[in-house]
Write a protein that binds this ligand. Structure first.
Ligand code: 15L
Length: 276
């Protein structure tokens, strides 16, 4: 399958590009950065927030065989001012969706985030974990923009019959570093498994899953992911002795109160429409 990956030069993008190439995908990279050394597929250097640039990518990729699906990973991974967040997550998603409709590309796999529901109190979460159907409860403008992008995907699924799989990713890291990560970790290998499953699940319409490994202390409902074919294999517990060396700090305790952990404590960029 020929897949366009946005944010292909980023930390998650480069892992996903390599992992999908290993699994036999034909990868087309798109990023504001130039092609990283060793990248083997086709590459476009462009800004996904620019609809003309995105349309040109689809035109040119079509010329060399056409794109069959999009994996949208590009976006600022931390909190900033609202206008910047909306451009980074919502405008980019809109540009990609319009190009998909124009070129008959039917599937998008989207990197949303746990921060879409990050303000949810941990005390309200009980087994089997936080449902994907829970009310949006962003902890930041970053989380607001992720929820808005999810809503845009839903709209295009309903209007154009696309398949859109939104992955609310936890903590994508080589290994867990904090107590919270023992619950929120997404390993590199599981991230590749997840994107592969999202690309190949039969007709799913609009679907949401939590992008988390099979952590013993997970507080997310992983069943919606499993029903789409995402079967995580890694467990943060294997790192617990290192992570839990020493008593929990005040930061650990504050982070444990909401599912979004440290983002709940982020600097708040108010007034909302102030540019940085
Ligand atoms: C995210 O969505 C962020 O992009 C990343 O920087 C981490 O903070 C992660 O969530 C997390 O919750 O650990």
């Amino acid at each position: 399958m020929r897949v366009l990956i946005t944010g292909a030069a980023g930390s998650i993008g480069s892992v996903i590009c390599n992992g999908l190439v290993d699994r036999g995908y034909d990868v087309v990279g798109l990023d504001r950065m130039v092609e990283p050394e060793g990248f083997t597929g086709s590459w476009f250097t462009a800004d996904c927030a620019d609809p003309d640039a995105v349309a040109a990518v689809f035109e040119n990729a079509t010329g060399s065989g056409g794109v069959e699906a999009v994996v949208h990973l590009a976006g600022i991974p931390h909190e900033t001012a609202l206008p910047e967040q909306l451009e980074s997550h919502v405008v980019t998603t809109a540009a990609l969706l319009d190009a998909m409709v124009d070129h008959g590309v039917n599937r998008i796999v989207y990197a949303s985030s746990n921060h879409a529901v990050g303000r949810t109190e941990r005390t309200t979460v009980s087994p089997p974990g936080l449902a994907v159907s829970v009310q949006p409860r962003p902890d930041t403008f970053y989380g607001v923009a992720k929820i808005a992008a999810e809503a845009l995907l839903r709209l295009y699924v309903d209007r154009y019959g696309l398949d859109a799989i939104t992955m609310r990713i936890g903590s994508f890291l080589p290994q867990p570093e904090t107590r919270r990560h023992l619950s929120t970790w997404l390993s590199h290998d599981d991230a590749v498994r997840m994107v592969d499953a999202a690309l190949t699940a039969p007709d799913c319409g609009f679907a949401v899953l939590y992008g988390i490994s099979a952590n013993t202390r997970s507080w997310w409902d992983l069943e919606p992911g499993r029903s789409l074919g995402y079967h995580p294999r890694d467990d943060a517990e294997r790192f617990s002795a290192t992570v839990e060396r020493g008593a929990p700090s005040e930061v650990d305790e504050v982070e444990a109160r909401h599912v979004g952990g440290p983002f709940v404590l982020e600097k708040f960029f108010r007034p909302a429409l102030d540019r940085l």
